[in-house]
Design a protein around this ligand. Structure first.
Ligand SMILES: Cc1ncc(COP(=O)(O)O)c(C=O)c1O
Length: 441
């Protein structure tokens, strides 16, 4: 049962917040749960709602509070920074800006060394596309079906789920390849006998839908909004070879998979042993402070000089960069990728045991502390069951656990605990999920 404790704050009631939400905010804001849940405060892996109910937060503001809410070390450093200077724009070099860039260059794979900080994943992806085009001189960009890349015109065009696109917002030059969704393989094949038909198809897409030369391909190592679709071994190396053969660069969108989330590596693409020429990151980079980053090689960064200015007023903001420096320090000390892998293994094993006993769990997939559960009406037909996901949402909330969802059919539960979650918290979440899946049999 969820605990009820007093929030101890005088503020708007749940009802008033919801009323004002309806009156003053666009209804396009998606709210989780039948009774939406205004939050009041957070500490570590827990959040407390305005009505005083405490929840274990295993979606972390969409994989963003990577080391838990209000980590004391981050608060201390950010508060000190606020006392010094909040904003200076990128027209002036700042210590935090360069220190963070150096820190990220140290953990980024291969020759990725030069950063450009922005405010969001959308902007990071925009900049990556611009850099790929500027460097190669080619225009066409490939992306993956079921991918999600953001909220701008370019972001929506790179995105390949109709529900997340606006017809009026589509830009030219983006083509989508079939995604490596083995559970629902579009070729009706199985790995490994498929010989990675989906990877091979990238060449067909280039030959048939582009002018034959591409600027690059943007991929999420594990598709986030797409429902934690996890490519088989060998997929990205084959894709990278094809893309490079046709003049393009690989762009790894690490907005969800970055910063140790997938365990054992700092960035998701490293599991496939591909060194991208460009990588984008956001969400968990600064534990909730708005930030995006596009990191690339010196040659690509240098190639853009003299081709036109670009600027991001809030990019490299001293407060956000300090938050990010502190976040990476906490990750390194409390939950480096090896620790994330161990905790991810505990969670994964428990979910697999649940899957054995539950008729509605079609597949468990993901890596590290990024685990997805695809919910179906039954294992034979594999019919997506988004209505059951709604039930699971309500039931887990009633027991004090917040989770996420996604997938092309809105039928994938997404579990992304803070990277420094404790084993006790993991046990709590596993017990709640177990109870709920047992109820739903
Ligand atoms: C993989 C990926 N790329 C880009 C974005 C866009 O990030 P933002 O919402 O910070 O603009 C998202 C957001 O969910 C994402 O999941």
């Amino acid at each position: 049962m969820s605990k009820t404790i007093s929030s101890g704050e005088d503020g708007l009631s749940t009802m008033s917040i919801l009323k004002k939400q309806e009156q003053f905010l666009w209804p396009s804001h998606i709210l989780y749960y039948r009774d939406p849940l205004p939050l009041d405060h957070g500490k570590g892996s827990y959040v407390t709602a305005v009505d005083g109910t405490e929840y274990l937060d295993y979606f972390g503001g969409i994989l963003t509070t990577s080391v838990g809410h209000n980590h004391p070390r981050i608060i201390e450093k950010v508060t000190a920074q606020i006392g010094k200077i909040i904003h200076c724009s990128t027209l002036y070099p700042h210590e935090n800006h360069v220190q963070l860039a150096e820190k990220i260059a140290e953990i980024a794979p291969g020759r990725l060394e030069k950063s450009y900080f922005t405010n969001s994943g959308t902007e990071a992806d925009e900049l990556a596309v611009m850099a790929a085009r500027g460097y190669t001189g080619n225009f066409d960009i490939l992306a993956l079906r079921h991918g999600y890349s953001g909220n701008s015109a370019m972001g929506k065009t790179l995105t390949a789920q109709s529900a997340w696109r606006l017809a009026t917002n589509i830009v030219p030059g983006i083509k989508h390849a079939i995604n490596p969704y083995c559970y629902r393989c579009p070729f009706k094949m199985s790995f490994p006998s498929c010989d990675l038909a989906c990877a091979q198809d990238v060449e067909e897409v280039i030959k048939t839908t582009t002018c034959g030369r591409v600027a690059g391909m943007l991929v999420e190592p594990i598709q986030g909004v797409g429902g934690f679709v996890t490519p088989p071994p060998g997929y990205f190396s084959m894709v990278a070879e094809i893309v490079r053969h046709y003049g393009g660069v690989m762009i790894a969108d690490e907005v969800q998979t970055g910063f140790g989330r997938t365990g054992n590596r700092w960035f998701g693409i490293e599991h496939w042993e591909v060194e991208p020429e460009i990588m984008t990151m956001a969400k968990g980079i600064a534990n909730g402070f708005p930030m995006g980053n596009t990191i690339t090689t010196p040659e690509i960064a240098d190639s853009l000089v003299g081709k036109g200015h670009f600027i991001c007023t809030f990019g490299g903001n001293p407060v956000s960069t300090m938050a990010s420096i502190a976040t990476i320090e906490v990750m390194t000390e409390e939950c480096p990728p090896s620790v994330v892998a161990e905790k991810g293994e505990l969670l994964r094993k428990a979910l697999e045991r649940m899957a054995e006993n539950s008729p509605i769990i079609g597949e468990v997939r993901g890596m590290g502390l990024m685990q997805g559960i695809e919910i179906v009406t039954d294992k034979t037909s594999k019919t997506p069951a988004p209505e059951l996901v709604v039930e699971i949402f309500e039931a887990t909330k009633a027991k004090g656990l917040l989770i996420g969802k996604g997938g092309m059919f809105n039928n994938v539960i997404r579990l992304t605990p803070p990277l420094n979650t404790t084993e006790t918290e993991l046990d709590t979440a596993i017990a709640i999920l177990n109870e709920v899946f047992t109820q739903l049999q």
